[in-house]
Design a protein around this ligand. Structure first.
Ligand code: 5RP
Length: 303
């Protein structure tokens, strides 16, 4: 209860100290709303300005692909090493404990699988994204695919409207058109279309000339890892992308299909946050993997 007889005069007005008006630490997002910035601050490390997002959304298109057979067994243990979890509502709800407080970038488009024509996608209800406490929402944008480009751009635009209503950032996932060259020109165009339509984050693929893709995209760009590569090559990919100005990764297969996913995600984190060179990160991967091996043997002996 407010005590009328105890109204003490304020003394500490900080007179002479200018109010803080510092800019926001992420590219192109200074003019965003407080809620949107607050959510982005949960995803992007404030010291490095970058993020390691763990992508495990593949199943909605591909089913139980290698490494994603059991999200509870294969992905949940990786959560503590990721800055953000990117997946679908079904997998997160059923297989990631709600006590996990890592921010979620929720895949919000759905509709087709790899068995039919892709990209005729629809969006899930925004109420469910809010119910799941999404820190960001992701949807695909397929540029250059006749018959799907317009649908995915319309979807995406609507998702940004929803995101803006509730202060939830939207990540544009640039899909690669079947007949399009996978080069900086294409990824630059697709990334820019995401940003023009209001994306707060863009996810695309690394390519030669990637610095141009990043330069002409006014918001943070993260890279997908793509098909599984040998660990050192995957770390080189991350390194090259970071050197070109990427704000991190949203990586899936190169983490969860690795021989040692826990070691791999930490090695990726070394490149993204600590500026490790590929060789240094690979050494870290090997050291962490070696540490894991004896523990496995000990368990086997006990049995
Ligand atoms: C295409 C995607 C994938 O769902 C996925 O997130 C890609 O991750 P990776 O290529 O690292 O396995 O972006 O919709």
């Amino acid at each position: 209860m407010a005590d009328l007889d105890d109204i003490r005069d304020g003394k500490n007005f900080g007179l002479g100290v200018a109010a803080k008006t510092e800019g926001f630490y992420l590219k192109g997002l200074n003019n965003s709303d407080w809620g949107l910035k607050n959510r982005l601050s949960r995803i992007f490390n404030k010291k490095s300005g970058r993020t390691v997002m763990l992508a495990f959304d593949h199943g909605f298109l591909m089913g139980p692909t290698s490494g994603l057979e059991r999200i509870d067994l294969n992905i949940a243990p990786l959560a503590e090493y990721a800055d953000c979890l990117m997946g679908t509502r079904g997998m997160i709800r059923t297989s990631i404990p709600p006590t996990c407080t890592k921010p979620v970038c929720l895949r919000t488009d759905t509709g087709t699988t790899i068995l039919t024509e892709m990209n005729h996608n629809v969006l899930i209800a925004e109420q469910d994204a809010i119910r799941m406490n999404a820190a960001a929402m992701a949807a695909m944008l397929s540029v250059g695919e006749k018959g799907t480009e317009d649908k995915t751009i319309a979807n995406f635009s609507r998702l940004v409207d929803i995101g803006m209503t509730y202060g939830i950032p939207v990540m544009g996932v640039t899909a690669v058109g079947k007949d399009m060259a996978r080069d900086a020109r294409y990824f630059g165009l697709a990334s820019r279309v995401c940003a023009e339509n209001g994306a707060s984050i863009v996810k695309t693929y690394y390519s030669e000339g990637f610095e141009k893709v990043v330069a002409c995209c006014p918001v943070p760009v993260v890279i997908a890892g793509g098909k599984k590569l040998p660990e050192l090559e995957a770390l080189e990919l991350c390194y090259n992308a970071i050197q070109c100005g990427a704000a991190g990764v949203d990586m899936g297969r190169n983490v969860f299909q690795s021989e040692n996913p826990i070691a791999m995600i930490q090695a990726v984190g070394g490149v993204v946050h600590d500026n490790l060179k590929p060789k240094e990160a690979f050494d870290l991967y090997n050291t962490l993997s070696a540490k894991k091996a004896p523990a496995k043997k000990a368990v086997a002996k006990k049995k």
